[in-house]
Design a protein around this ligand. Structure first.
Ligand code: GLA
Length: 361
């Protein structure tokens, strides 16, 4: 796979320039604005797609290589499980979604693969079915215990919009980012270059801690179907029955759901990820603190699964370049690392993009 990570501030571009082939299926990356680690307990998330791309074009025979190809094989296996038969083929994957940065390179590959294979099999599925299938490929074949946010937004995103998703019932709404002062706000992703992986242990440990707490909550409050419906008062009422870790992780998830509902709470979201969920790291905390001190910065937080990866920053558009320069300089001085940064417009998801390609073909 060809991956380019710009060391300078860059606006992500199409992998293959402006030209997209009629048999090429594409899927973007994603950045989550708020609502972290809520998507496997029925909570709320507010991600948007970003204009990095994975592409998959089918070729005429099957030939799997490389460890990241598990994401593709997993999708293929899930299609077989639901009896969608596909003749032998060769799949060519390319992409520029930064790997291990918390911007969903894996879900992007899964979705691009699914789009290509469905077209090859002349089969169609709903957005919900496609998202569930890709998530299952990742959970069951790759063995990474992710939720559904990434696959869903990568499929369903709309240009210039964030996607508000209730992960418990998959109801979603596109929220415009072009209205009022949001139109003059740049969304800047800063990559700490500290590798994040959700396949590795810590994400799974957090998830098990959350699920243990959720099970205790449900025993005490059977009417609360999941953490998406639970309140902090309910959590406090049964906190003595759960481990301190489960209590803190559930405290993050329930309060994070409230922050998604009320918006504009990035600072508190980061503190909760750092202190209650314990999924930040020194470099990311530094980037968030530094960002907040910059003129024109409205909010900064860790985005994605955590333990490294990227911050997402809302910055007045006319301060964006100065913001990036100051943050990169400060980070380099402190950690001797060149952060990458991307000014991201909210991109269209795979469903819209691939329809456009087909119409143009
Ligand atoms: C990763 C997972 C998602 C979600 C986020 C945290 O990106 O793939 O399902 O759990 O972490 O919000």
């Amino acid at each position: 796979m060809q991956i380019k990570i710009g060391s300078e501030t860059s606006r992500p571009r199409s992998v293959s320039g402006e030209r997209l082939f009629d048999q090429q299926y594409v899927a973007p990356g994603r950045v989550n604005l708020i609502g972290e680690h809520t998507d496997y307990t029925g909570g709320l998330v507010l991600p948007m797609a970003i204009p990095f791309l994975s592409t998959a074009d089918r070729k005429d025979e099957l030939n799997w290589t490389g460890d990241w190809s598990d994401y593709c094989v997993g999708v293929f296996q899930q299609l077989r499980n639901i009896s969608i038969e596909i003749a032998p083929f060769r799949l060519h994957i390319a992409g520029n979604v930064p790997i291990g940065a918390g911007l969903s390179s894996s879900a992007s590959i899964e979705v691009a693969t699914l789009m290509a294979l469905l077209a090859f099999a002349k089969a169609t599925m709903s957005i919900e079915e496609m998202a569930v299938l890709c998530r299952r490929a990742e959970n069951e074949f790759v063995g990474s215990p992710c939720g559904i946010m990434d696959q869903f937004v990568i499929l369903a995103a709309r240009e210039a919009h964030a996607l508000s998703l209730q992960t418990g019932n998959l109801r979603y709404e596109h929220l415009s980012l072009a209205s009022r002062h949001l139109a003059e706000t740049a969304i800047i992703v800063v990559n700490s270059m500290v590798k994040h992986s959700i396949g590795a242990g810590d994400y799974g440990v957090r998830r098990r801690e959350v699920e243990a707490g959720q099970a205790i909550l449900k025993e005490h409050f059977p009417q609360s179907a999941d953490l998406g419906h639970a309140t902090l008062d309910e959590l406090e009422a049964c906190s003595v029955s759960m481990s301190p870790e489960s209590h803190r992780r559930c405290h993050h998830v329930i309060s994070e759901n409230d922050r998604v509902r009320h918006g504009d709470l990035m600072t508190r979201s980061h503190a909760s990820q750092r202190d209650d969920f314990a999924c930040s790291c020194e470099e990311i905390d530094f980037l968030v603190e530094l960002a907040r001190k910059q003129p024109g910065c409205f909010g900064a937080r860790l985005t994605g699964g955590g333990f490294g990866g990227c911050t997402v920053n809302l910055v007045a558009a006319d301060h964006a370049e100065a913001f990036v320069a100051a943050v990169r300089r400060g980070y380099k001085d402190a950690f001797k690392i060149d952060a990458a940064s991307y000014i991201c417009e909210a991109a269209a998801g795979a469903v819209t993009r691939n329809q456009v390609i087909h119409l143009g073909a």
